[in-house]
Design a protein around this ligand. Structure first.
Ligand code: ARG
Length: 257
């Protein structure tokens, strides 16, 4: 009996020591605070999957910001239209998703300084009757594919659908809207220029119209309550702009034409 008890003690002790060692390791990394970034990784070259990892311009900029803040970056992939509500609810520290600064969003969250410019463009089939953005405002009642909750969705809803000039068809992913275009379920897709380019190179029968629909600024969304984080992000962005890091990251993903 004694033997068994001491055996149990030895086992218990080694489990304890083992666990303690393990703890020490996690304690080390736990010292670094986590910076959570909500994104929607369906938006190349800003955020997309490489294997099971989210990469892209936003992911890399966020990583260097986190480094400057002495924090550890954690990227959470979620539906685009749930990013702002989650930031407002305090679920994540920041939203970074090629996200356009708009007056409506500014009512809910704060935005950092802009780190990129985006342009809303129109993708059509090569043989499309739609030749310019103005054609979407004609009497043909075109169906426009968009990603739900994006500015492409908002603008075309306000300017075209609400005016009775066409129909907006909403998809969870930009790529799904583009698939719908390929099989003729929608007549065009309104989406940001860089993902548009990425989607169009993959498919020979699509093109991007020369005329742009809207120009906008991308920035990082932060809860209105977290002004300290916003200041720190802006400071980091200024430094990363000044030392060329930001441009380097952009150049890695967007090749000059
Ligand atoms: N710039 C557009 C917007 O802010 C589209 C962004 C979509 N981003 C994404 N990661 N899916 O509404």
């Amino acid at each position: 009996m004694k033997k068994i008890i001491s055996l149990i003690l030895v086992i218990a002790l080694s489990v304890f020591v083992f666990a303690a060692c393990g703890n020490e390791k996690t304690d080390d990394s736990a010292e670094k605070k986590v910076l959570t970034m909500a994104t929607n990784a369906e938006f190349p070259p800003y955020e997309f999957y490489e294997g099971d990892k989210v990469v892209g311009i936003d992911a890399e900029i966020a990583a260097v910001i986190a480094e400057k803040l002495g924090m550890e970056l954690e990227i959470v992939d979620t539906a685009f239209d749930s990013i702002i509500p989650a930031i407002v609810a305090g679920k994540y520290d920041m939203g970074m998703a090629g996200m356009t600064v708009t007056d409506e969003r500014l009512e809910e969250v704060n935005f950092s300084e802009s780190y990129a410019t985006g342009v809303q463009v129109v993708i059509v089939k090569n043989d499309s009757a739609i030749a310019t953005v103005d054609d979407l405002f004609g009497d043909k009642n075109y169906t426009i594919g968009v990603q739900t909750g994006t500015t492409g969705d908002l603008y075309s809803t306000w300017d075209i659908e609400d005016e009775g000039l066409g129909t907006v068809s909403r998809f969870n992913k930009g790529a799904d809207a583009v698939e719908a275009l390929k099989i003729g379920k929608v007549d065009c897709v309104i989406i940001d220029n860089e993902p548009a380019k990425a989607f169009v190179v993959e498919s020979e029968d699509l093109k991007i119209l020369d005329t742009a629909y809207a120009e906008e600024q991308y920035a990082i969304a932060v809860s209105k309550e977290n002004t300290e984080l916003l200041e720190n992000i802006n400071k980091a962005l200024q430094e990363l702009t000044a030392d060329g890091t930001l441009q380097k990251i952009v150049d890695k993903y967007i090749k000059a034409e």
